[in-house]
Structures are given as structure tokens and as C-alpha cells.
Design a protein around this ligand. Structure first.
Ligand SMILES: [Zn+2]
Length: 210
């Protein structure tokens, strides 16, 4: 697996400090479980953070559920998973949470919700898109973080395959399309409003607001 796209250093630092919030941390953890480069970066940030904590206030600890998920990931590192989607068909990071059934939300598009508590109204869900699906053109009014679990999509910033992390914010307007040949499954954390254009977008709107 070749991972090309990583979370920003700012995001990894917040993840290491436990200040990212549970919903966004889950998507970062899904990437980190597959990316030795980011694990090394986080380790460095944790060492820096640890020495700062000794001199300043304690930082909030990650939620227990996330710690449990991360420890499971640690134990998985030894056996280098070939896919992030062993049975059952969701990533290990979602194990502590209730996950809804796959729901059809548009041509070639399915969505399933993970019941993750979020203080800042960030929703966590999985998205499954058939090969060749063109996702609706959209603009972000918040953040949309995506970790690819299977398959691949492309947009103007490149190709995103298994393990790749796409960190889109309000400055991004894009129209991803799914590569032919394989279904694309992603884990997504979404905060704020998406402005979707086109008829598929209008179809999706009620669901992504959930
Ligand atoms: Zn990485």
C-alpha cells in the first residue's frame, strides 16, 4: 500500500495532544493505523507534549473508547492488515460504536452512520460508492475529513487510495469521482454544512445533514 496523502502536522499535533475531539480523532486514527510515517510524527509530538505537560496544565485525555480503539490498532500493527475492512465490514476504529445499516442515498451511493458523540456536531459515517460514480460538486462550510478504506477516488488535488487522508476545509470546492474497477469505501468526519450542487446533491442533502 502506498500512502500519498497524510493529515497536516497541525492535525497530527492536535491528535497527539488529545484535543481533536473524538469524531475527528477516529478518522485520523484510521489513517494512522496504516501509516508508519504519521505514527512516527505523532510519537515525536507526544514526546514534545509530554515535556510541556510537566511544566503546564494537564491536557484533556482522549476518550476511553478511542483509547480502546487505538490499543486494538496497536495490536494489529504486528500483523499488517491487508484491508481495513475485515469482517464485520467496518474499520476497527468504529468497533466501540453503534453503526447503522447501509442506506441507499443516490445512484451508486450508500451511507451508514456511526453513533459517535461529538461536542461540536461532527458526524462520522461511512460512504460507499460504486466504481465510476461521480460525487456531487460541493463546497464546504466546515470540515470534511476522509480516510479511504478500499478502492480509490480522484479530484483536482490527486488520487486517494487505501489509507490516504483527505483533509478538506471551507476553502475547498471539489467534485470527486470514484475510479473504475473497484467500489470505494471511505470513513468520513463532517462538520458544518455542505453546499451541494446538482440533482444528486439535492438528493444527498437530507442525509448528510443527519
Ligand atoms: Zn500518514
Amino acid at each position: 500500500m502506498t500512502i500519498t496523502h497524510h493529515p497536516s502536522d497541525e492535525t497530527l499535533a492536535a491528535f497527539a495532544a488529545g484535543t481533536l475531539g473524538e469524531a475527528r480523532s477516529i478518522v485520523v486514527a484510521a489513517h494512522v493505523s496504516l501509516c508508519s510515517k504519521c505514527r512516527a510524527t505523532i510519537h515525536t509530538f507526544e514526546q514534545i507534549g509530554g515535556s510541556m505537560i510537566e511544566r503546564t496544565e494537564p491536557t484533556p485525555l482522549r476518550a476511553e473508547a478511542l483509547e480502546a480503539a487505538l490499543s486494538r490498532l496497536d495490536s494489529n500493527f504486528a500483523t499488517a492488515p491487508s484491508s481495513l475492512l475485515p469482517k464485520p465490514d467496518y474499520p476497527d476504529v468504529l468497533s466501540p460504536y453503534a453503526i447503522g445499516p447501509w442506506r441507499w442515498i443516490g445512484p451508486g451511493l450508500y451511507w451508514r452512520k456511526a453513533d459517535v458523540h461529538s461536542e461540536d456536531d461532527t458526524r462520522v459515517f461511512m460512504l460507499k460508492a460504486a466504481p465510476g460514480t461521480m460525487l456531487p460538486q460541493h463546497r464546504h462550510a466546515g470540515i470534511e475529513w476522509t480516510c479511504v478504506l478500499e478502492g480509490a477516488f480522484r479530484h483536482e488535488f490527486g488520487r486517494y487510495g487505501p489509507g490516504d487522508f483527505d483533509e478538506a476545509d471551507e476553502n475547498v470546492e471539489h467534485r470527486p469521482f470514484v475510479e473504475r474497477g473497484a467500489t470505494c469505501i471511505c470513513l468520513v468526519a463532517l462538520r458544518g454544512k455542505l453546499e451541494l450542487q446538482g440533482w444528486i446533491g439535492r438528493l444527498l442533502q437530507p442525509f448528510v445533514r443527519l
